[in-house]
Design a protein around this ligand. Structure first.
Ligand code: CA
Length: 368
């Protein structure tokens, strides 16, 4: 039951409006007089006082009889991208994922490169191809090696958590780790679809490009950080100690328990609490050179993988580079085939023993 009032945008009868999720319904925030603009942009940019005020009004509304006047069944609407993505950055902050990928892509070499423990590694992704849950993902084609061009044969997922920036920052002025909650409104689940064969041939020395940029899916509901206040837990101890501008005290991550479902079968449960670099450190790092934030910036955690095989956030790791197929509905499988559907869901501890269930992100592969 998704009842922590995440925010999104829906289309219905030719109009676009902001909404809050309430179980199998949404609350039409235009009808309720809470958010009357057709996008969340103005609200996201307004900052924490406005975020708190609107949330309090929403929490008040759901306790009143008048709520029913503003409810619309989810089945009657189309959910659209919840915000216009400004810049999109993707990090690489799971130690287990980085070690696994290092072993698979660079066998015989140290799996974690020397700089990895000193800064959260990241790259700039493609904002214009971030799509909402349910959008079909067309199998990319490209250079798969020196003599091979064609459709990707090793199409994969990456289970991640995305952070949505509301309040912009000034160019030239770094955002300190302590200002994280002043800029970041909330989180989405994110699937960073990855073409492993394209990626493996192109990624050195500048990093991911066409192996990633064809599609990134996010959940249609943004969970406000204020709904996750009970989910902060100590993040893994960092050794060696990090540079001063990356030192966050307290050093906290979010206890989001992700589930990866492939064609209806649960195949993995990545634990977000085990991420080595925290979202506050990621935000501080990406602005530490003076790069500014814009409303709608999206930064993703990087693939979430735990230490065990059934906790990994990619099929590259789940099948160890395709060498160890898993059995799915009676068939041995490695990477994604046309028609496959992957759904990411997540739960987190809520206040007073409750559970916060995040909005899911789903995508189905189609051939070209
Ligand atoms: Ca990624």
């Amino acid at each position: 039951m998704i009842d922590h009032l995440p925010l999104g945008v829906f289309r219905h009868a030719g109009t676009t409006r902001c909404a809050a999720r309430w179980g199998d319904d949404l609350i039409d925030l235009h009808e309720a007089g809470l958010l009357t603009a057709p996008t969340l942009r103005e609200f996201l940019a307004a900052g924490s006082q406005t975020w708190s005020r609107v949330r309090e009004e929403l929490l008040n509304l759901v306790g009143q009889d008048s709520l029913s006047r503003f409810l619309v069944p989810l089945a009657e609407v189309e959910l659209v991208l919840p915000f216009e993505v400004a810049d999109y950055v993707d990090f690489y902050s799971s130690e287990h994922h980085a070690a696994n990928v290092g072993k698979i892509f660079r066998p015989g070499q140290p799996p974690i490169l020397p700089n990895w423990r000193h800064l959260p590694i990241g790259y700039h992704g493609r904002a214009g191809t971030v799509v909402t849950s349910g959008t079909p993902v067309v199998r990319p084609s490209g250079l798969l090696g020196a003599d091979a061009v064609g459709p990707c044969r090793r199409l994969d997922i990456e289970a991640e958590v995305g952070f949505v920036v509301g309040v912009p920052s000034r160019m030239g002025v770094p955002v300190p780790v302590s200002d994280f909650a002043e800029h970041v409104f909330g989180v989405v689940l994110l699937n960073d679809w990855s073409a492993r064969d394209i990626q493996a041939f192109e990624y050195q020395p500048l990093g991911p490009f066409l192996g990633k940029s064809f599609a990134t899916s996010i959940s249609p509901w943004i969970t406000p950080l204020s709904a996750l206040s009970a989910a902060w837990v100590p993040a893994p101890v960092q050794d060696p100690p990090v540079a001063g501008h990356l030192a966050d005290d307290p050093h906290l991550g979010l206890d989001l328990r992700i589930t990866v479902t492939w064609n209806g079968v649960e195949v993995s449960r990545p634990p977000f609490a085990q991420m080595y670099w925290t979202p506050a450190q990621q935000l501080a790092h990406m602005t530490s050179n003076g790069a500014s934030l814009r409303t709608g910036d999206l930064f993703a955690s990087g693939t979430v993988s735990g230490p065990d095989r059934d906790q990994v956030g990619s099929f590259l790791e789940l099948t160890w580079g395709g060498a160890e197929p898993i059995t799915l509905n009676g068939t041995g499988r490695t990477f994604l085939e046309d028609g496959d559907t992957v759904v990411l869901s997540a739960r987190a501890p809520g206040p007073d023993g409750t559970i916060v269930e995040l909005g899911t992100v789903s995508g189905t592969i189609v051939g070209r």
